[in-house]
Ligand binder design. Structure first.
Ligand SMILES: NC(=O)c1ccc[n+]([C@@H]2O[C@H](COP(=O)([O-])OP(=O)(O)OC[C@H]3O[C@@H](n4cnc5c(N)ncnc54)[C@H](OP(=O)(O)O)[C@@H]3O)[C@@H](O)[C@H]2O)c1
Length: 280
């Protein structure tokens, strides 16, 4: 009985692998680049690339459950291989964006939606975790903040309810080890709405120095984001932040509701990651 955790260098996967291993459960860490992976001693690693079916069998051998990072490329073949390997349950790291009215055409939402649909069509029992924004997205500001540069934002008043990756991992752990969440599709958020401006104020307190904000145009932000992602995804992200500037964040406070424990706060995340924001 092994639990395969894919996307193993990712923030949620890392927290989940540590939790499963600490609980004494057999876990295998699968990554596109296992050589660059850090896992607790005793956790075996496997190469897994969803676009490369030759990596499936070794990664899936003996895996009765899979925690899956979504990638629509090769998902049908992966699901077939999982069924052939005897996998009986998949917990998918999906996204709350699949609930948006334009999820079919939105490049980011459709990425997760296509994987949800492939799993549903296969009949393989699945649980969909649909988080909203990760607290860890703040790392995108770390370079500028640590260099003493202002953070450039088109929508500083966009309000999100960022969730700590360890809270997502806690919910995933429950979905993999208990029965209460199995088969459900669950939207996950942090406990409170915070604008980017408020997140930066917390980071400023924790890092111990001012973090100036410079307002830029939508077009300039799109140009900057397009250096790191396809232009369509940049447009979709900005449209989401623009909408989030016009309304308060939807707060599900999932950790308390599902697990009965308070969610980790954004401040806690900031303290844990303060080194990334300290001025160099
Ligand atoms: N970020 C958000 O706000 C958010 C919100 C809702 C849903 N999601 C969903 O969650 C999933 C992961 O989101 P993310 O990309 O923001 O988070 P992430 O946890 O940083 O995951 C990134 C993935 O990219 C791969 N990767 C490649 N190079 C890496 C590196 N240097 N360090 C770490 N990982 C590296 C990893 O898989 P390998 O080890 O296999 O290479 C890893 O699982 C996505 O499917 C996304 O749609 C994200």
């Amino acid at each position: 009985m092994t639990i395969l955790v894919t996307g193993a260098r990712g923030q949620v996967a890392q927290a989940l692998i540590a939790r499963l291993h600490a609980a004494g459960l057999p876990v295998r860490a699968a990554s596109a680049k296992p050589a660059e992976l850090t896992v607790p001693a005793g956790v075996p690693a496997a190469e897994l690339v969803l676009g490369r079916p030759d990596t499936f069998d070794a990664a899936l051998r003996g895996a009765d459950q899979v925690f899956l990072y979504p990638d629509p490329d090769g998902i049908d073949a992966f699901v077939k291989a999982a069924q052939a390997a005897g996998t009986g349950h998949v917990v998918l790291l999906s996204s709350s964006s699949v609930l948006s009215p334009d999820a079919e055409t939105d490049p980011m939402a459709s990425h997760s939606l296509r994987v949800e649909r492939a799993l549903t069509a296969s009949g393989l029992p699945s649980t969909f975790l649909r988080p909203d924004a990760f607290a860890g997205n703040a790392l995108a500001w770390a370079h500028d903040i640590s260099q003493g540069l202002p953070v450039q934002l088109a929508y500083p008043d966009a309000e999100l309810a960022p969730i700590h990756s360890a809270d997502i991992a806690d919910v995933a752990f429950e979905a993999l080890t208990g029965t209460a969440l199995r088969g459900r599709a669950i939207t996950l958020t942090g406990a409170e709405g915070l604008t980017f401006r408020q997140q930066l104020a917390i980071l400023s307190e924790v890092a111990g120095h001012d973090i100036p904000i410079v307002r830029i145009t939508h077009a300039e932000a799109e140009r900057q984001l397009s250096r790191y992602m396809p232009a369509a995804s940049a447009g979709s992200l900005l449209a989401w932040w623009a909408a989030a500037s016009r309304q308060p964040a939807a707060v599900a406070d999932t950790t308390r509701t599902l697990l009965g424990t308070p969610a980790r706060t954004f401040r806690q995340w900031a303290i844990e990651n303060a080194a990334a924001f300290t001025r160099r």
